[in-house]
Write a protein that binds this ligand. Structure first.
Ligand code: SAM
Length: 272
C-alpha cells in the first residue's frame, strides 16, 4: 500500500522527504516510545506516507500526525481510514502550539524528522519541554550526536549543553541511508530525550543562558576569554572566570555542563 503510493509520489528535498521502508527500524523506533494504550497521546511530525503512523496508532490512545505537504493528505487519509485514533493535521510543525494537544496528559513526540529543519524543531521541543514526557526522533547523525555529546569532543557545543541540562539524552542506534527511499546523503541516528522535572543545574536566566552559550561556542578554537570578549568587558570576564575557578586559557568545549551553567550565572550576576 505504502509502496504503491511511494511509486506515484515525487519527494521534495526542500521538505526533507526521505521515507522509511525498513520495517525493523520502524519497529525499534515505536518500541523506544514505550507507548501506553490507556494514556498516551503521540505527536508525529511529518508522517510522510504513514510508515510510522499506523504502528504508533496500534499502541497509542491518540496520534496527531502533522504534515506540511498537501500532496500527502490524500494518500494519508487512505492509509488511516481504519484508524479512528489518528488525526491528520495539515500544518507547519514549527508553527503549531503543542499546548493544545496536552490538555489531559503530557505528550510523546515520536518522529522521523525532516532533516533540513531538525534543529529548529529540537529548539521548539526544548522550549516546550514541560509538555512532553518522552521524545524519540530520528535525525542526521551529526545533530543527534551533538545533542548527546560529552565535553572534550568536536561534537560538543551549545546544543549539547542546552539539552543535557534539561533532558536525559541518549543516542539509541544508527541508521544507514539504505533504510530510506530515496536514500539521504547522510547517516542517521535515533535519539531518546526524557525531559527532567527540573534542570540538572539551576539557571539564573534562561534567555541569558542561551545567548551566553552561543557566544561561548562562537569561535571554538579560541580560549573562552577571547570568545566572550565580543559580548562582555575584559574586566567582567576576568572576574567571572576567577570567581568560578575557570582558567582563562580553556576553550568552551572543555567545560562541563555544570561549569557552563555556573559561569553563565556568574556573568548574569555581574551584568545586572
Ligand atoms: N515519517 C515518514 C517516514 O518515516 O517515512 C516521513 C519522514 S520524512 C523524513 C519528513 C516528513 O516531514 C515529510 O513527510 C515532509 O513532508 C514533512 N515535513 C517537512 N517539513 C515539515 C514541517 N515544517 N511541518 C510538518 N511536516 C513537515
Amino acid at each position: 500500500m505504502i509502496d504503491e503510493e511511494q511509486k506515484k509520489f515525487y519527494p521534495t528535498k526542500k521538505l526533507g522527504q526521505n521515507f522509511l521502508h525498513d520495517q525493523n527500524i520502524i519497529r525499534k523506533i515505536v518500541a523506544l516510545g514505550d507507548i501506553q494504550k490507556e494514556n498516551d497521546t503521540v505527536i508525529e511530525i511529518g508522517p510522510g506516507l504513514g510508515a510510522l503512523t499506523t504502528h504508533l496508532a496500534e499502541k497509542a490512545k491518540k496520534v496527531y500526525a502533522i504534515e506540511k505537504d498537501k500532496r500527502l493528505l490524500g494518500p494519508l487519509e487512505k492509509a488511516f481510514k481504519d484508524y479512528s485514533n489518528i488525526t491528520l493535521i495539515n500544518k507547519d510543525a514549527l508553527a503549531i502550539d503543542y499546548f493544545e494537544f496536552a490538555i489531559q496528559n503530557k505528550l510523546k513526540l515520536i518522529a522521523n524528522l525532516p532533516y533540513n529543519i531538525s534543529t529548529p524543531i529540537l529548539l521548539k521541543i526544548h522550549e516546550n519541554r514541560n509538555l512532553f514526557s518522552r521524545v524519540v526522533v530520528m535525525l542526521q547523525k551529526e545533530v543527534g550526536e551533538r545533542i548527546c555529546s560529552p565535553e572534550n569532543r568536536k561534537s560538543y557545543g551549545s546544543l549539547s549543553v542546552l539539552f543535557q541540562n534539561y533532558f536525559d539524552t541518549k543516542v539509541n542506534f544508527k541508521v544507514a541511508p539504505e533504510a530510506f527511499k530515496p536514500k539521504p546523503k547522510v547517516d542517521s541516528v535515533v535519539i531518546g530525550l526524557n525531559p527532567l522535572n527540573k534542570p540538572r543545574f539551576p539557571v539564573a536566566d534562561e534567555k541569558f543562558f542561551e545567548s551566553f552559550l552561543r557566544t561561548a561556542f562562537s569561535s571554538r578554537r579560541k580560549m573562552i576569554r577571547n570568545s566572550l570578549s565580543n559580548s562582555f568587558e575584559k574586566t567582567v570576564i576576568d572576574t567571572a572566570l576567577e570567581n568560578e575557578g575557570v582558567d582563562h586559557k580553556r576553550r568552551a568545549e572543555t567545560l562541563s555542563v555544570e561549569e557552563l551553567v555556573n559561569l553563565s550565572n556568574e556573568f548574569y550576576k555581574l551584568n545586572e
